[in-house]
Design a protein around this ligand. Structure first.
Ligand code: PEP
Ligand code: MN
Length: 347
């Protein structure tokens, strides 16, 4: 059950709802969005019915939502949402391209990749400083030093930064450098981490776990929303199937399915899906044609020397070819490319 508060509801009115629910033996979580405050109820619906919450001061309406993910469902919020990251819109009407290296390696490599991304029309920079690798012997990332590099490159290029956070204890620290926090596929059901990013005021990019159903993915998003953060973008990045020719199988149907079930934007990562440079362009075309709200692409100035995922990283020439394809396809899908932001300092 979800209680939608009226636009001008006071904190005391919200608290009164929470107190009533708790006194009735349930629990209540307040989510404060930009335009509305929502109280998600946990417990026995029959007990809540008796409270007659719809007639309380400051309450707009009380909704029963049939799916396990309520705040992120379209049942609760029929219009599709636009999430803004450092001024860049992600959602219906636009196509937002995020590009950058899989991992931050050096200041020079990160700046070169960012300049490639910006020249190709990307509106955001990606780059991992904390890398949750399958093998403990693989490159694990630069940690906080990598975040400082990302912040410097943002200052130089004006590109907002998305980077991964891998443990609840470092959420605040990563958020102090990043414009958007990425939850990786391997952590999609790390519930303590989801709750930690849900408690802060920073947009979240939630990748789909490679063995997660769409319902599990949306339920993971609900963990974030329930703690108060509704600025979530979903990312389909390929799932594990019997097929070994590709790193993962891009589940293209997950794009329209997730968009039908949830109001959150859905973007696609064609790099981690196929795991192969030559597949990034065709998978990008498929993603745009399926209605994706954006793309997140691995690029590297010298993919052969990349410390992480070099096989799937695009070169400058590859990225320009992809940008041309996206520029041609976006209008066919009724979308404009999200504008690259203006550099804070001329690069
Ligand atoms: C990444 O984007 O760098 C990454 C590790 O992706 P995923 O979590 O989808 O494997
Ligand atoms: Mn990677």
């Amino acid at each position: 059950m979800v209680v939608v508060m009226a636009p001008g509801a006071t904190p005391a009115e919200v608290q009164a709802v929470v107190d009533l629910v708790r006194a009735a033996g349930g629990d209540a979580f307040v989510s404060r969005g930009v335009s509305r405050t929502i109280v998600g109820l946990v417990g026995d619906v029959a007990d809540f019915d008796a409270l007659n919450l719809g007639s309380r001061s400051g309450v707009l309406r009380v909704m029963r939502v049939s799916v396990p993910y309520k705040l992120v469902s379209r049942e609760h919020h029929p219009a599709r949402s636009v999430i803004r990251v450092g001024g860049v819109p992600i959602g219906p009407g636009t196509l937002s391209v995020i590009a950058g290296p899989c991992a931050v390696e050096t200041p020079e490599q990160t700046l070169e990749a960012a300049l490639m991304a910006r020249a190709a029309g990307a509106s955001m920079l990606r780059g991992g400083a904390f890398k949750p690798r399958t093998s403990p012997y693989s490159y694990q990332g630069l940690g906080e030093a990598g975040l400082r590099i990302l912040a410097d490159v943002r200052a130089e290029t004006g590109l907002p930064v998305v980077t991964e956070v891998i443990d609840p204890g470092s959420v605040e620290m990563v958020a102090s450098y990043a414009d958007m926090l990425q939850i990786g596929a391997r952590n999609m059901q790390n519930f303590a981490l989801l709750q930690a990013v849900g408690a802060i005021d920073r947009p979240v990019l939630l990748k789909r776990g490679f063995s997660a159903t769409v319902e599990e993915w949306l339920s993971a998003a609900e963990y974030i929303a329930q703690r108060g953060n509704l600025d979530i973008v979903l990312c389909e990045r390929g799932i594990r199937t019997f097929e070994t020719a590709t790193r993962n199988t891009l589940d293209i149907s997950a794009v329209p399915v997730a968009q039908q079930l949830s109001h959150l934007p859905v973007i696609v990562d064609p790099s981690h899906s196929g795991g192969r440079r030559d597949l990034v362009l065709p998978l990008t075309r498929a993603a745009v044609a399926a209605g994706a709200d954006g793309l997140i692409i691995d690029v590297h100035p010298r993919p052969r020397t990349a410390l992480c995922d070099g096989d799937q990283a695009l070169t400058d020439a590859d990225l320009r070819e992809l940008a041309d394809a996206v520029t041609g396809l976006a209008p066919l899908m009724g979308r404009v490319l999200a504008e690259p932001v203006q550099p804070a300092v001329a690069a």
